[in-house]
Design a binder for this molecule. Structure first.
Ligand code: GDP
Ligand code: MN
Length: 390
């Protein structure tokens, strides 16, 4: 789960990470009021789940409370486009109003879980600011790393190593060490999957603060953190993914044009592989699960055809716990109600398969039956390509 910058800063503050003074505003008058208190120089920051706001016009420096109100008027309600928002952009509903700080250096500190090393890794770079991805791609030697032994935890000398490599000294060095240790404490205690500070700011006086903050959390750990779960902003998530989560369907939107409905994650993976092998890309990962009901199949079908990127669909069901006739009934009911909309290849196998096939056939709907996965993939890929052209 992702959260907004202002929420990440609230969490980090509790763990001793130093952040600028600021508050969130949903109206221009509130922005003015905050600026009167902490200004006159403030920075207005659009709160959306996407980075690159600086370049996209989502970060504005102003020098009076009056100007804060005027610019807030323009920002709240605007659609922000950055390289991370996608072509549809993101609606700005609130802005963070923060004291404007003078910047001498912009550094980078981030923590993620390195799956290959099976350990969290704390990364730091003196090349912070807005283009850390470029640094990682072109000059990876400028990103310093400390792996964390999960049993021993992140140790003081590791934080000092990083601060030293960043070229810091004196009071700034001490503050940076404390900052990195506190950031790790927050990361660990909240079951975060990512905690990133970019830029980590060094002020003219040599103070160390988080100018930006991003945190993601492991969804499976959220039951342990009700206060973080509360921070979820459904408006920032893919509407179809939100819809699917209501019905306990595992749905992830992907970039291709072949919609998939399958039961079981393993079968979903195999289905995606065979679609790619046959020359297309899956438009989604939709796993209806093991003990699925007719109702859930119907909801899954609706989600599948609501995605404008789906040009053809492959329904691939292995009836182990679930019966093929139940799945067939769910699909037929949904198709009769909302229409087929795209060509659908259906491959059923397992319990009550003959009954399932009979239900599909007698529905009078134009499904494309397939006897096995290979045949199903070879049928659906040209259908998707054909729809893409027409
Ligand atoms: P992002 O572009 O979405 O990552 O947003 P950031 O919060 O990282 O801000 C982008 C850039 O805006 C920073 O790298 C800074 O250069 C600038 N910026 C943000 N806040 C301030 C501030 O308080 N003072 C000054 N002078 N610049 C700021
Ligand atoms: Mn940033």
């Amino acid at each position: 789960m992702k959260i907004h910058e202002y929420q990440a800063k609230q969490i980090l503050y509790k763990y001793g990470v130093r952040i600028p003074k600021g508050e969130v505003a949903e109206t221009p008058s509130k922005a003015r009021e905050i600026a009167e208190r902490i200004g006159p120089n403030v920075v207005l920051k659009a709160q959306v789940h996407a980075g690159g706001r600086g370049k996209g016009g989502g970060i504005k420096l102003v020098s009076s409370a009056q100007e804060a109100e005027k610019i807030a008027q323009e920002m709240i309600g605007m659609t922000l486009f950055t390289h991370q928002t996608g072509p549809e952009g993101k609606l700005v509903k609130r802005i963070l109003v923060e004291e404007a700080l003078d910047i001498t250096r912009e550094l980078y500190v981030g923590i993620v879980v390195d799956r290959a090393k099976e350990a969290p890794v704390v990364m730091a770079s003196s090349e912070g600011g807005v283009e850390i991805e470029k640094v990682a791609a072109e000059t990876p030697e400028l990103i310093f790393k400390e792996y964390v032994n999960p049993a021993a935890g992140f140790l003081g000398f590791q934080a000092r190593n990083l601060a030293f490599k960043l070229g810091l000294g004196g009071e700034t060095f001490k503050q940076a060490v404390k900052f990195i240790l506190s950031l790790y404490k927050a990361f660990e205690a909240t079951d975060a999957s990512l905690a990133e500070i970019n830029p980590l700011l060094i002020t003219k006086k040599g103070n160390v603060l988080a100018l930006d903050a991003k945190m993601n959390f492991d969804d499976n750990a959220l039951p342990r953190h009700p206060e973080i779960k509360e921070m979820r902003d459904l408006d920032e998530e893919d509407p179809l993914e939100v819809e699917a989560s209501k019905y306990n369907l595992n749905y992830i939107k992907l970039d291709g044009n072949v919609g998939c409905m399958v039961n079981g994650a393993g079968l979903a993976m195999a289905t995606m592989d065979i679609i790619m092998h046959s020359g297309s890309m899956p438009a989604n990962f939709l796993d209806v699960g093991g003990g699925v009901s007719e109702e859930a199949v119907k909801n899954a079908f609706e989600i599948l055809v609501s995605d404008q990127d789906v040009k053809a669909a492959l329904i691939n069901i292995f009836g182990g716990i679930v019966r093929c006739d139940l799945v067939a009934n769910g699909i037929v009911k949904a198709a009769k109600e909302i229409g087929l909309k795209v060509p659908m290849v259906v491959r059923l196998e397992g319990t009550n398969v003959d009954l399932g096939k009979k239900i599909l056939k007698e529905s009078g709907l134009a499904f494309y039956p397939a006897a096995n996965m290979k045949e199903a993939a070879e049928k659906v890929v040209p259908l998707a390509k054909q729809q893409e052209r027409s």
